[in-house]
Design a protein around this ligand. Structure first.
Ligand code: NDP
Length: 400
């Protein structure tokens, strides 16, 4: 019997809520708390009659630590699943510390006024979480998240050392709009308009945005252009996986998306520098978010599949070895099951599984951890059970 406090009521939260409700044996009680309570109430209305999980809702401003503390003291959760935005991570961690509640998120902290994300801010909580006897799991979505678990699994079962990792994130879905983002537009555009980077021989190598392009033929999706991006899990994987020489992250983008993005950038619409408009300060990127389609509305329109996974090269018993493990997820199947597209689904399912790992004691250890620091086996088993089955290939085409 356990109680989870879910913060946020957007696209990813919707999937976490559906999945916790499917898993009532572990999640006997959930509280959905977000800035807009009406969105939380809507989930409760839709799901309460279909699940044994007892659902309550609350309004909370997750930037206000005292409000969070008051809610946690009243609800007494065992774990807090943070699926609001990365800006709230530290506030929610502070509240968890004060109330001795385990913590889990899907994206690392990012200050609102600087498009920069790295783990240093959250890793700085390690000692305090250890002393408080509580667990924090960072980045339990798909990437970061499942990609880290794939790495730990490869290391545990197939390699003595892993020298090269390429993480390939392919979205072969089509929502029919000329331009829309599959998750929070502000976070998504900040991520893809930043400089790219990868790790080579222990050092970060920086590239211009979208400078490195490759073409890859993805199982069940086909051939796609993909571009090298900076991504948060590179930082932790370079530390936690043995023998790393190079680690890169690629994401696919269609030409229409890139052309629109370039144009928006050129006219200043992706800037996070506030400007004055008719006597009011606005942030262009936040205004752009307001005019773009809500990612949650893409569910019924998106057709096609995602294919996300990792290609490894390394050594086992002195011999060269390659290994590719990936998940393929169908947008329409996700929509039928939980009412959202595959990007939210592939993030929300691992968030639920990560929380289940902590609540069932499998990943319960005081401190602050990235997913690859735990035993990957029970998580990998749960992926197959809860909707994200994976496929292995021991002779994959490598990325040049
Ligand atoms: P949405 O914008 O759809 O949802 C965010 C939710 O957080 C909204 O309900 C919003 O409230 C709520 N929120 C924002 N600020 C506050 C606040 N101060 N207090 C309380 N609630 C707040 O985003 P997504 O669901 O698409 O993304 C959620 C998270 O998942 C993000 O951190 C994103 O980076 C991460 N993510 C991770 C991925 C991975 O693979 N690891 C992939 C995709 C996303 P309101 O409804 O009022 O706006």
């Amino acid at each position: 019997m356990s109680r989870a406090l879910i913060i946020g009521a957007g696209g990813v939260a919707g999937v976490v809520i559906h999945k916790c409700c499917q898993n009532s044996e572990v999640f006997t009680d959930i509280c959905i708390a977000s800035r807009t309570k009406a969105k939380c109430d809507k989930f409760k209305e839709e799901l309460q009659s279909k699940t044994k999980t007892n659902i309550t809702t609350a309004q909370v401003d997750a930037d206000n630590v005292q409000e969070l503390v008051a809610l946690m003291k009243e609800y007494k959760p065992d774990i807090c699943i943070n699926v609001a935005l990365p800006y709230q991570d530290l506030h929610i961690m502070d509240a968890c510390l004060e109330c001795k509640v385990d913590y889990l998120d899907t994206a690392n902290y990012e200050p609102e006024d600087t498009a920069k994300f790295e783990y240093s801010w959250q890793w700085a909580y390690r000692e305090r979480f250890e002393k408080a006897g509580i667990t924090a799991i960072l980045g339990s979505g798909f990437d970061p998240g499942v990609t880290g678990v794939f790495c730990a699994y490869a290391q545990k079962h197939y390699f003595d050392e892993i020298n090269y990792i390429d993480i390939l994130d392919c979205n072969g879905g089509d929502h029919g709009y000329p331009f829309a983002t599959n998750f929070n537009p502000e976070i998504n555009i900040r991520e893809v308009s930043a400089k790219g980077s990868y790790i080579q021989d222990g050092k970060w190598v920086e590239t211009e945005p979208m400078e490195i392009k490759r073409v890859y033929n993805f199982d069940q999706v086909g051939e796609k252009d993909m571009y090298l991006l900076h991504h948060e899990e590179l930082e932790s994987l370079a530390l936690n996986i043995r023998g790393i020489k190079r680690i890169r992250f690629f994401m696919t983008f269609g030409q229409s998306y890139l052309t629109h993005l370039k144009c928006l950038e050129n006219v200043g619409m992706t800037s996070i520098e506030p400007i004055m408009y008719e006597g009011k300060e606005i942030v262009p990127l936040q205004f752009l978010k307001a005019v773009l389609p809500d990612p949650a509305s893409l569910g019924p329109r998106t057709k096609g599949k995602t294919n996300i996974g990792c290609i490894f090269q390394g050594k086992k018993d002195g011999k060269d070895k390659t290994y590719y493990v990936y998940n393929v997820c169908d947008h329409q199947e996700c929509y039928k099951e939980v009412g959202s597209q595959a990007i939210s689904y592939t993030t929300g399912v691992p968030a639920m599984i990560g929380a289940m790992m902590v609540l069932t004691g499998k990943w319960k250890r005081p401190g602050v951890y990235n997913v690859e620091e735990f035993d990957p086996d029970p998580f990998m088993e749960a992926l197959n059970k809860w909707g994200l089955p994976w496929t292995e290939n021991f002779d994959p085409v490598l990325v040049p």
